[in-house]
Write a protein that binds this ligand. Structure first.
Ligand code: 4AD
Ligand code: MG
Length: 462
């Protein structure tokens, strides 16, 4: 008999039919006459209850059906008398694929802390919480492709190994095949990278944007969606050393178009999740964050505030609020400042624009005031910065001047400058941190809990 996924037991009209299900046991309880097993197969947050009549099954055999074991059951799907479920399976065949020693299987009962579950990240997908988070994450990834594909954007695959530092922050993971114990040296006694795999120093990318711009100035509109690496030593609930980023880049878009795209894009993703992951979001709303659904719906309804950095700083200065980090014009805003603007002052998402050039990357379009650049950060409740982007400096001379001021090594960037030498156009783009979106949609509070296997300083287990 063909296996039915548990999610389909609840949706299709299968009552009164013989079904076959396979999955992992969540709990077993009962007495000498009847045993009840809650089975989950990952297809939904909901378990199917399986009823074992001990007239038909051996009590000893059922003992092996412990929490965490994998089983196959066939039986009749019937309406359930018990509360909390609509249907259940009256078992007539049991096959045990693999037991799970109750003394050793770490996920015995509910109520483990998220911290403990991080230590067993290899097993946590089997919990309700991580099942829900990972299903939502998958749905959001699909929504992202759907959004861009429906709008004629091309999915561009940018390299993960690169010789250029897009954000200029220098927080890159070096990639080398040299023997670190005994590297080749040149005449000056320095490590001789001409003998390295690529003949020069390379690192894991911090952003696909520079290559994305090459795509946009040929295909018109592209997006990237891939892993991104930052070796910054930030141990915060919002930073990962390996995260996924989505970077759309559009020729002929100015910053206003860019802001509209960002707002439409985020709203589309949130509403896709609300429409397609209702059970999982309701579970998280119930268990972790009673305001989750209300917050998601409120963001969908509100127009994002658009505000210059200069005006934002004025609001912060005049707020009279004591911040841990001081605010003044020129300061890089901290999450506490961003969240004050969003959560307390405006009570809706804010797009902050026109930041001081000193705190932003070299490629951003310079404003006529000589002090600010056409940057935009989208700030979200609970998250702070969820998107960072800008209109790009398309003028070769101005871009070159900025590169020189910042002392950026151009020997590996000649190809990027060619976009400004040959058929340069105004263009804009942004990067959305995928895990920050997943954080927002799930209501989780630590970014380590929205990626299956988090990489953070000091942690690359699993
Ligand atoms: O603001 P960022 O650094 O911008 C860029 O990388 C640009 N090249 C994007 C572009 O214009 N194409 O990063 C973009 C977003 C941030 O807003 C944040 O959501 C996320 O990426 N992000 C991180 N997420 C998790 N862990 C980290 N360490 C992150 N650093 C950035
Ligand atoms: Mg940023």
């Amino acid at each position: 008999m063909k296996r039915t996924k548990i999610v389909d037991l609840f949706s299709a009209d299968m009552l009164g039919k013989e079904v076959s299900v396979k999955g992992w046991v969540r709990t077993r309880r009962g007495n000498k006459h009847v045993q009840f097993v809650a089975l989950n197969d990952g297809s939904t947050i909901r378990n199917i209850q399986i009823v074992f009549d001990l007239a038909k099954f051996d009590e000893e055999q059922l003992k092996a059906v412990s929490t965490g074991s994998a089983i196959h059951v066939t039986g009749m799907l019937v309406e359930s008398m018990g509360k909390g479920q609509t249907c259940e399976i009256q078992a007539d065949m049991l096959e045990i694929y693999g037991g799970a020693d109750p003394e050793k299987y770490p996920l015995q009962k509910k109520g483990h802390t998220l911290e403990f579950l991080r230590e067993i990240a290899h097993l946590r997908p089997r919990t309700n919480t991580f099942g829900a988070v990972l299903r939502i994450r998958s749905a959001l990834a699909f929504a992202i492709h759907k959004f861009f594909q429906e709008r004629g954007f091309y999915y561009l695959h940018t390299p993960l190994i690169t010789a250029s530092d897009c954000e200029g922050a220098g927080a890159m993971f070096q990639v080398t095949t040299l023997d670190l114990e005994n590297p080749p040296r040149n005449e000056e006694g320095k490590v001789d990278y001409t003998q390295d795999f690529f003949g020069k120093t390379t690192a894991l990318t911090v952003s696909g944007q520079l290559e994305g711009e090459l795509g946009a100035t040929a295909l018109g509109a592209i997006y990237t969606f891939g892993p991104t690496f930052r070796a910054e030593n930030s141990n915060t609930p919002r930073h990962l050393a390996e995260f996924w980023m989505i970077e759309p880049e559009v020729a002929f878009n100015d910053i206003t178009d860019n802001m509209e795209l960002a707002e439409d894009f985020i709203k589309y993703c949130i509403s896709y999740a609300l429409d397609n992951c209702r059970d999982d979001i309701e579970f998280l709303n119930e268990m972790y964050d009673k305001e989750l659904i209300a917050r998601l719906e409120s963001v969908l309804k509100s127009d994002f505030v658009r505000l210059s950095y200069t005006d934002g700083v004025k609001i912060l200065e005049e707020s009279g609020k004591k911040f841990e980090f001081p605010v003044y014009w020129g300061a890089d805003l901290q999450s506490e400042h961003e969240r004050f603007l969003v959560e307390e002052h405006f009570k809706r998402p804010v797009i902050l624009t026109d930041y001081p050039k000193e705190i932003k990357a070299f490629y951003m379009k310079q404003n006529a005031d000589g002090k600010t650049v056409r940057a935009m950060d989208v700030l979200f409740p609970k998250i702070g910065e969820i998107i960072g982007g800008s209109e790009r400096e398309e003028n070769y001379d101005k871009l070159m001047q900025r590169i020189e001021e910042l002392d950026i090594p151009m020997k590996d960037m000649w190809w990027y400058l060619d976009t400004r030498r040959f058929g340069t156009v105004p263009h804009s783009g942004f990067g959305l941190g995928f895990e920050r979106l997943v954080l927002f949609v799930t209501g989780m509070t630590n970014i380590r809990d929205v990626i299956p296997f988090p990489r953070t300083p000091g942690n690359a287990e699993f």
